[in-house]
Write a protein that binds this ligand. Sequence first.
Ligand SMILES: [Zn+2]
Length: 91
Amino acid sequence: MPDATSANAPTRRRYRFREYHVTAVVDPMTLPTFEAVCVTGEDRDCGATSGELHAEEELTRWIADHCAATGHAFYHRTARAILRAEPGAWQ
Ligand SMILES: [Zn+2]
């Protein structure tokens, strides 16, 4: 497959990526959020949800409790956190 962008060599350089340093922001006002949804099930997922939690240990405990009560073994986990991106040198 031909590379469409290589036909426009002079305009490519403005789209070059910079290297970014991404660090987690540690701020009590923007705590990371963890959530798990039980996706165990054949016809449809169980759908039980932990709700938003602010500690991974709490999430693990919720999964352990739900698994112990139901035998359900598969979960979809999401983790949200604020990150700060700082541009580095041009590559
Ligand atoms: Zn379940």
